[in-house]
Design a protein around this ligand. Sequence first.
Ligand code: PLP
Length: 402
Amino acid sequence: MAATRRPGRNHLFVPGPTNIPDRVLRAMLVQSEDHRSVDFPSLTKPLFEDTKKVFGSTDGTIFLFPASGTGIWESALCNTLARGDKVLSSRFGQFSHLWIDMAQRLGLDVIVQEETWGTGANPQRIEEALRADKNHEIKAVMVVHNETATGVTSDIGAVRKAIDAAGHPALLFVDGVSSIGSLPFKADEWKVDAAIAGSQKGLMLPAGLGVACISPKGLQAAESQAGKNDRLAKVYFDYADQRKANPTGYFPYTPPLPLLYGLREALDCLFEEGLENVYHRHAVLGEATRQAVAAWGLKTCAKDAKWNSDTVTAIVVPEGVDAAKIIKHAYVRYNLALGAGLSEVAGKVFRIGHVGDLNELSLLGAIAGAEMSMLDNGIKVTPGSGVAAASSYLRENPLSKA
Ligand code: PLP
């Protein structure tokens, strides 16, 4: 329970966990039931099929684990790779950093390509590294699609082209934790072998359900680990156990029922809106946020428009200002939760998450609150300028394509 009662609605604008639609909340309010009953597969079998749609996949296999995004990262690595395997990864923000750290701690040999924070994966450098790997020792390329810490989206289609241009057989792993369900994601077209998502962002659920979509090649890699002495240890996360149970609609362990019912409802919300409309809505809300930032005379952490993320904007505060103060003041005074700067950009940026279940007026509330908090903290933005710029843009650009 919050320490202090804050009247009115809390405006949740961290880039996850995101706002949960009321109907999804209601759908999760279920009595426990027998997850081995004859009825249970009528919930789960369609879920395994329908979840693939948000990954842009028909060929993939969905794995659902009670875990956050970090857990599902681990499942993808420990099922498909062996100790000492070389993997290639770019580091350009806190989440790409943490994924690299995990791979290293699991015993993988990570070749790290450092990129400036505020940029993303560099397909040309990836291609060069793969071309140089004549013996195909690199087993996987790991890319964070949407770097939530800096508000940067990498071009996964271009990474795929780079891998193909190098004629390299490496697996492609993509962290879609803050993109899947909000930004276009094409697991089949981009030949993503392990795409991973968490429930608490575009899927509009509480944290706690990790989702992986594994390609046939990824499954083959998992199968080829069986019996190897140097395979990575896993028990709970072993895809093989899930693969025995899931096709019949069951789980090897007790599944998190409310989250499964919530996922059903959340997918229905996304499909009713239409995935193309969902992506369009995020694009419009992202651009409206950037219009506000420009009107404030501030810059985003993304170094160039091509990196702009449509799910989160990291806003660089003027030199000498502590962004943490703006975030704290927005929360305490205006009941608005903004995202903090993480690691290298701590104190330098605050983030507005525009991901999940939101519309024009909810976003304008966050922009107004951020503006008020900046003014209260001595940042000389023109009062009303961000709201004016964003609202003009939103009036001209409807959220729905239809
Ligand atoms: N990857 C990205 C891009 C994220 O934004 C996050 C969390 O915000 C994670 C991974 C880690 O996910 P979790 O906190 O659900 O473990």
